[in-house]
Every structure is written in structure tokens, then in C-alpha cells.
Design a protein around this ligand. Structure first.
Ligand code: NAG
Ligand code: NAG
Ligand code: NAG
Ligand code: NAG
Length: 300
């Protein structure tokens, strides 16, 4: 009799695990709860003063947490999502066809991933549900919202002062703060940095959640040898110079004009014996001229 009762309980448990649990789709209303303090859990909420949100005593269950998905990159600071120590998910959000997936969470504490434990996630098409255990410490909470720069191919995600110029593609692996994307310039275009020319340059995802760079893919037209005065812009007047040195002659590169003995230019009474030419719009440009240095007698 007792034996029969025990086996039937065991059977019921097995039945629940095999059929009951799997048919209880957590996406369906009634199979998930709204998480507590939903309105305070967004990553942009920087107010943790009231310790309003803590998941230390959360009941392990399936939760809906609003339209924004759980954070998939570490927040920039502590005190986000209404808690002193926000928890984010280290991994990608599932697609609807993936069903219920397991993921690791990370607690942002002394590092971006201090304590880790598992949760489950399901994509219900227009929202996500999460099976969340209570956290291991007080003042810690699951964090929701986006904390990345998004697709750098979407102009809206670029800082307003970014000018990409003539590029063929932007490649990236991640979109979290501090990650880098690479802008590949069109053939014949690139970035000149000092004496080097690059066919690509990085964009960086800033904590303002925009991609940033001060670089631009420019046409790599060649100004030619700056010693050949034909290659100078018509406005350039070199004056009395000794020599011109250069390493590259593509757009944005510089050549140095060394003035003759006793010659140079003065800027706020500081004397310079050389100045730079810059290759722009297919010609070397500068507004400076090697003139005779004024003597003390002339000044006085
Ligand atoms: C859960 O929250 C949503 C709003 O985000 C609300 O429409 C819904 O009624 C809530 N459900 C329960 C059971 O409180
Ligand atoms: C996230 O998970 C991956 C794979 O398990 C791991 O290699 C990586 O170090 C984790 N990230 C952090 C910040 O711990
Ligand atoms: C993406 O990852 C690959 C493989 O690790 C690497 O070669 C490539 O440079 C990365 N791309 C960017 C834009 O960081
Ligand atoms: C150009 O002139 C400067 C100043 O007279 C000198 O220091 C430099 O060595 C010269 N360079 C070349 C390549 O002649």
C-alpha cells in the first residue's frame, strides 16, 4: 500500500517533468509573472539610493520584465537599474525557434563579471521571459534595456560629428561600450596618419552609446614631389628656403620647408625656421613664407 503510494508519487513527478513542465509554455499568460519594480530596472536608471530593486529574495519563477530585453553587455557603472550591483547576461538573446535556452549571468561588482550563475530565457516573439533564481547577495538586481551602440551601419548610431567619407563596408563583432568596429575605405581612399596610410580605421562605441571616430576615408590623391613647385597650390609663397623634406605625398600628408639661414616666419614673436606644407585637393598648401627674421634694431 505504502509502496504503491510512493511509486505513484514518483510516477506523478516523472510525468510532470516529462509532460507537464514542457507543455507549460512560459510564454503563455498565467505561466509567467511580472517582475517586481519593472519601471526601475532600465539600465539608464542611475538612482540606486532607495535600494528599491533587489532580487535577493526573488522567488524562482518565469518572469516578464517589460519590452526591453535583459542587458547583454556590462553596464558602464555600478548603481544601474535601481540597484547597487546590476546583473547582466553574458550571451546572446535567443531567437523564437531556439525555445528555452540557458545562459550565464554576470554580477557587476569589482569586475564586470564577478559572480556568475545560470538563468533560462525564452523569446516569445514580441517579448522575452526569463526563469530567474534569487540572487546571492542583497542590493543586486537583474538589469534590462540596451547598453550598446547598435549597428554602426545605421547612421543614427554614429556620433553626430562622425564623417565616414567614401567607405565600402563596416565590420564589427560586438556593439558594447568600448568595442571597436572597422570602417574599410573604398579603393583609392584611406586615412593618412603622419607618414602612414591606412585603408581602414576604427570606430569606438563610447559610453554615450554612439560610435565615435575623428577619422574619415579621404581620396588618396597624390600631390607629387613638393620640391617641384608645379605641385604647389597657386597661393603658396615659400620665400627664401633651403630645402623641402617629405616621406609621403598623399592627401593629408605633410612636407617640411626649411628656411634659409636668417630666414623663417614669426608667430607671436616666436621665430620658426621651418613650416609644414599639407597635401590637400591635389596640391601642397601653406599660408607661411620664409621671410628675413627682423633684427632687434629693425623692431626697435
Ligand atoms: C504586467 O505588466 C503589464 C505592463 O507592463 C501589464 O499590462 C499587465 O497587466 C501586468 N500583468 C500583471 C499580471 O500584473
Ligand atoms: C562570457 O562568456 C564567455 C563564454 O563562456 C567567456 O569566455 C567570457 O569570458 C565571459 N565574459 C566575461 C566578461 O566574463
Ligand atoms: C572580429 O573578430 C575576428 C576574429 O577574432 C577578427 O579577426 C576581426 O578583426 C574582428 N573584427 C573587428 C572589427 O574587431
Ligand atoms: C634641410 O635643411 C635642414 C636645415 O638646414 C637640415 O637640418 C636638413 O638636414 C636638410 N635636409 C636635407 C634632406 O637636406
Amino acid at each position: 500500500m505504502l509502496y504503491a503510494a510512493v511509486t505513484s508519487i514518483v510516477f506523478v513527478q516523472i510525468f510532470r517533468i516529462a509532460y507537464g513542465e514542457s507543455s507549460a509554455d512560459p510564454c503563455l499568460a498565467g505561466n509567467h509573472d511580472n517582475i517586481t519594480s519593472m519601471g526601475f530596472r532600465h539600465v539608464t536608471n542611475k538612482d540606486c539610493s532607495l535600494n528599491r530593486v533587489t532580487d535577493y529574495r526573488l522567488v524562482r519563477a518565469w518572469y516578464y520584465a517589460g519590452p526591453d530585453p535583459i542587458l547583454t553587455s556590462p553596464p558602464d557603472q555600478l548603481c544601474r537599474c535601481g540597484a547597487n550591483f546590476p546583473i547582466w547576461m553574458n550571451g546572446s538573446l535567443p531567437h523564437p525557434q531556439d525555445g528555452i535556452v540557458s545562459r550565464d549571468t554576470c554580477l557587476k561588482y569589482s569586475t564586470i563579471c564577478d559572480t556568475r550563475f545560470g538563468i533560462q530565457v525564452k523569446n516569445c516573439g514580441t517579448f522575452y521571459v526569463y526563469k530567474l533564481p534569487p540572487t546571492r547577495e542583497d542590493h543586486t538586481a537583474y538589469c534590462f534595456g540596451t547598453f550598446d551602440c547598435g549597428d554602426p551601419n545605421d547612421k543614427i548610431n554614429l556620433d553626430s560629428d562622425v564623417v565616414l567619407g567614401e567607405f565600402r563596408s563596416i565590420q564589427y563583432n560586438s556593439t558594447g561600450v568600448d568595442s571597436h568596429a572597422t570602417v574599410y575605405c573604398l579603393p583609392g581612399h584611406g586615412v593618412v596618419d603622419g607618414t602612414e596610410t591606412y585603408e581602414s580605421f576604427p570606430l569606438t562605441c563610447t559610453s554615450g552609446l554612439k560610435w565615435h571616430s575623428t577619422r574619415t576615408c579621404k581620396s588618396l590623391q597624390d600631390c607629387g614631389d613638393p620640391n617641384d613647385l608645379k605641385n604647389h597650390d597657386a597661393s603658396v609663397k615659400l620665400g627664401d628656403f633651403h630645402n623641402i623634406t617629405y616621406t609621403t605625398s598623399s592627401t593629408d600628408s605633410h612636407a617640411t620647408v626649411y628656411c634659409s639661414e636668417g630666414h623663417g616666419f614669426q608667430d607671436n614673436s616666436i621665430k620658426y625656421d621651418s613650416f609644414l606644407l599639407t597635401c590637400k585637393d591635389n596640391g601642397w598648401q601653406s599660408s607661411r613664407t620664409c621671410g628675413p627674421f627682423e633684427t632687434a634694431a629693425m623692431v626697435g
